[in-house]
Design a binder for this molecule. Structure first.
Ligand code: SF4
Length: 240
């Protein structure tokens, strides 16, 4: 791998739109409420909250790539104090040469407004919360797509992102992950004593970088990065 990727801090602060379909799904309205008792006035209140969430958010992401090393305690990220523990992450990163560590967030202004809205307990609060979750995932996917594209330029292939709290990868690794990304300084993300992130609408994840393609994918159909994939829009793919 060239020096462009390894250890370099990659950061982006592009605005993203709330994925309405995804936010409605988070609200339990997977069909947009059309088969439910949702009148036009309520639909408009929900849409206004989605827009309000976009206005209050400052989406940003960062990632860094580290070589991996097997140790007795777990998978160590070379050059850091972070050791990934648990069987599931070992399986996820089996055979990977490098690991991209990423964080994405909707930002502190979103968090402040989320707290205000949550105290009201209204449909607006529910919609704002759902919109923030959807926006955090979109921002994380944009970061993930950038990792895929950068890996592709180095002749490497990615697998899907894996977050602390999945399987037996402990949430207690969250502070160390944020520290090696300088995520507090760059993105304003901190953790509570229970290792939950603030802003709430934040995502951290680990992506393996491999010499060989990790899936027998033959098309982009069904790919979770389809919307955000910059590789695809440039006429390339991650699987050929
Ligand atoms: S499968 Fe297609 S859309 Fe998904 S990351 Fe690869 S190139 Fe991009």
């Amino acid at each position: 791998m060239g020096t462009q990727l390894l250890g370099t801090v990659h950061i982006n602060r592009e605005k993203h739109a709330v994925d309405r379909g995804e936010a409605l799904r988070y609200m339990g309205m997977s069909d947009g409420g059309e088969s439910q008792e949702v009148d036009d006035a309520l639909r408009q209140r929900i849409e206004d909250s989605f827009t309000h969430c976009e206005e209050c958010s400052t989406p940003a992401w960062t990632y860094r790539v580290f070589p991996l090393q097997e140790t007795d305690e777990g998978l160590a990220l070379v050059g850091t104090v972070l050791v990934l523990t648990g069987d599931d992450i070992r399986t996820h990163l089996h055979g990977a040469k490098y690991c991209a560590v990423m964080a994405a967030t909707c930002g502190l202004a979103n968090e402040r407004e989320l707290q205000i809205q949550s105290a009201k307990g209204t449909v607006e609060a529910l919609a704002f919360d759902a919109a923030g979750s959807a926006l955090a995932e979109t921002t994380a996917s944009a970061c993930n797509a950038a990792i895929v594209e950068d890996a592709h330029e180095q002749g490497l292939f990615c697998n899907w992102r894996y977050s602390p709290g999945y399987g037996d990868l402990p949430l207690s690794l969250q502070p160390q992950i944020l520290r090696i990304l300088e995520a507090e300084k760059l993105l304003g993300i901190t953790t509570t004593p229970a290792h939950l992130m603030v802003p709430t609408k934040s995502v951290t994840a680990l992506v393996g970088l491999f010499d060989q393609p990790q899936e027998q994918r033959k098309s982009c159909q069904g790919c979770s990065l389809f919307q955000e994939c910059t590789l695809r829009t440039k006429g390339h793919t991650c699987y050929q």
